[in-house]
Write a protein that binds this ligand. Structure first.
Ligand code: FES
Length: 314
């Protein structure tokens, strides 16, 4: 479970933005100001049998409410269905304080934002902040069609002519190679289905787009069905203690068994709750959170593993 503050928030607005995406506005029943957040942040929402992560898409300046959008995932684990079936105006949800692994780089310059489907949520919050700061930015939004593009009206209102939509049913598909060529020198932010980010990452590698200018957030676990886990050894820096991680257990489980307390939430590598530092080792990163730079010294023990021996900064 997350080690963050958990609040009981009231649903003060609930409406569909597309046939399968429910927008929820959440307020604290007593406190006028919720914990602050920055564009790109997400919250954990407790659902029957688990926890799900949802990005905040509202205005970070609006401390009075959190705004999330929940897509009903037919083939999902049931969390989004539970929210669609249970969240009504007046109902209450347990929600964590926000966490941000996808924050805007404050260096300024030019920004290119790419959203696919429900991945629009953090991108909308970013666009709002960039527009307010009169930054140089463009947004590319990919969806099947306008009717199935969540928060399209809100994004249009924020971006104006800085928004380009790519609706596949209209025969308009984002060409990632052209996008990258035009994004030279810009900070590139992407959130969407794995197919979108994978296409971008293949093109980034092929075109030599600088990896440190690329920032992405996935909202589903990375799929690596062919991955075969192997056992590995862990050394704890502070004590020199050695632990064995068998092939059928996660590093997070082994740390917990040995009383190294780590927060956790999703346990599928998408929320960032269990993040941990390491000093040395050949890490097999399998999370969808950490960027290239962070992976040099950080890992997510719920999913990531190592070859041989790993020295943890604990
Ligand atoms: S618990 Fe969510 S990334 Fe590890």
């Amino acid at each position: 479970m997350s080690d963050r503050l958990i609040m009981k928030l009231r649903v003060v607005g609930a409406r569909l933005t597309t046939p399968d995406v429910l927008m929820l506005d959440l307020q604290h029943p007593k406190r006028p100001a919720l914990p602050a957040w920055t564009a790109g942040a997400h919250v954990d929402v407790m659902v029957a049998g688990g926890v799900r992560q949802y990005s905040l898409w509202g205005d970070p300046e609006d401390r009075g409410r959190y705004r999330i959008a929940v897509k009903r995932e037919a083939g999902g684990r049931g969390g989004s269905k539970w929210i669609h079936d249970h969240a009504r105006e007046g109902s209450e949800l347990h929600v964590s304080a926000p966490r941000n692994h996808f924050g805007l780089d404050g260096k300024g310059g030019r920004y290119v934002l790419v959203a696919g489907g429900i991945g629009v949520t953090p991108i909308l919050a970013m666009a709002r902040v960039l527009a307010a700061g009169e930054a140089d930015f463009t947004v590319h939004y990919c969806a099947r069609n306008a009717a199935q593009a969540p928060l399209l009206d809100e994004l249009r209102a924020v971006c104006g002519d800085r928004l380009t939509t790519w609706f596949s049913q209209e025969g308009r598909r984002l060409d990632v190679h052209t996008l990258l060529a035009r994004a030279a020198g810009a900070e590139l932010y992407a959130c969407g289905p794995n197919s979108l980010t994978a296409a971008l990452e293949t093109a980034i590698a092929a075109q030599g787009f600088p990896a440190d200018l690329y920032h992405r957030e996935h909202f589903a676990a990375l799929s690596d069905a062919d991955f075969v886990p192997d056992s590995f050894e862990v050394v704890i820096t502070s004590s020199g203690r050695k632990l064995h991680v068998p092939a059928d257990r996660s590093l997070l489980e082994v740390l917990r068994d040995n009383h190294f307390v780590r927060g956790s939430s999703c346990e599928i590598g998408v929320c960032g709750s269990c993040e941990c530092g390491y000093v040395s080792g050949d890490v097999i990163h399998r999370d969808a959170v950490l960027g290239v730079k962070a992976r040099a010294s950080r890992l997510m023990p719920c999913v990531s593993r190592a070859r041989g021996s790993l020295t943890l900064d604990l």
